[in-house]
Design a protein around this ligand. Structure first.
Ligand SMILES: [Zn+2]
Ligand SMILES: [Zn+2]
Length: 276
């Protein structure tokens, strides 16, 4: 099969790689119909050597696909099912999984991150034609029938990572009905954070980013205000808008969907209460 291989910083290529196979009776093999590229993949692309990624490992942890084969102990999914996996595979049975803390699963790990997590044995990335999924009953979710056709993959794919990440951020920020929320960053997580903030009842959702076309997407997903913070006075303009919306108090919550040193510094300067 073909798969995306990391060779060195700045060097990845699609190459012929070994087909995955069932190694444990709880495994499934999934034929990938659509895969995403994450910001985390860019960290590996740029600095994979520093993180311990060796040449030949395969990237990708966001995918949707069809079950191609299952081990003898797999019960919840069968060959032919359309499935999506979160980026983190998990057993679904340990104490942490029972608490819903799947990313703390005592035997879990992340696809395409074997340098970090060796759990699950040989688990390669999802930017390949097929993936070995450990603990398939815990890891895979069935895609509901109305969305099971391949033409809906772009709708389903965000569930693998970016929607869950956005939801986690918004839930963790404790957003309540009527709040003003600042979302920093107009990438996929930031855009979906606007959507989720609306579900939590935020009255004002201010999206700050650098791309006018993505601002339009943010508005369609629920941002009530957008501000393109490109330029020296970008943070100042965002701060002025927030002050106006909150009578100088600043937003109740901020979702930082960039998390660079710059975004954190600007966030602090922009969202602090202002004197009026
Ligand atoms: Zn990701
Ligand atoms: Zn578990």
């Amino acid at each position: 099969m073909r798969g995306l291989v990391y060779n060195a910083p700045g060097q990845v290529s699609v190459e012929t790689v070994p087909d995955p196979s069932i190694l444990e009776p709880t495994d499934a093999i999934v034929r990938v119909t659509k895969a995403g590229i994450c910001g985390s993949d860019m960290h590996i692309y740029n600095h994979g050597d520093a993180f311990g990624f060796s040449p030949g490992c395969r990237l990708g942890h966001e995918f949707v696909g069809v079950v191609e084969a299952v081990g003898s102990e797999v019960r919840r999914v069968k060959v032919g099912d359309k499935v999506v996996s979160p980026f983190w595979f998990s057993c679904g049975r340990c104490a942490e999984c029972h608490l819903g803390h799947y990313t703390s699963c005592t035997s879990g790990g992340c696809y395409g991150f074997q340098a970090f997590w060796s759990a699950g044995g040989d688990v390669q990335g999802g930017q390949s034609e097929m993936v070995r999924v450990p603990m398939a009953d815990g890891s895979l979710d069935l895609v509901p029938e109305p969305l099971a056709a391949d033409e809906h993959d772009t709708t389903t794919l965000p569930v693998a990572d970016v929607l869950g990440t956005a939801y986690h951020a918004v839930a963790g920020a404790g957003i309540r009905p009527g709040n003003t929320v600042m979302v920093v960053g107009d990438g996929a997580v930031g855009l979906l954070a606007c959507h989720v903030a609306g579900l939590f009842g935020a009255a004002n959702v201010v999206l700050a980013g650098h791309h006018d076309d993505r601002m339009g997407v943010g508005e369609r997903l629920g941002a009530t205000h957008t501000v393109n913070t490109t330029g020296e006075d970008g943070a100042e303009r965002a701060g002025a808008l927030l002050a106006e919306l909150t009578d100088g108090q600043g937003p109740e919550a901020v979702v930082d969907a960039v998390s660079s040193a710059d975004s954190i510094a600007r966030r602090s300067a922009t969202c602090a209460p202002t004197e009026r």
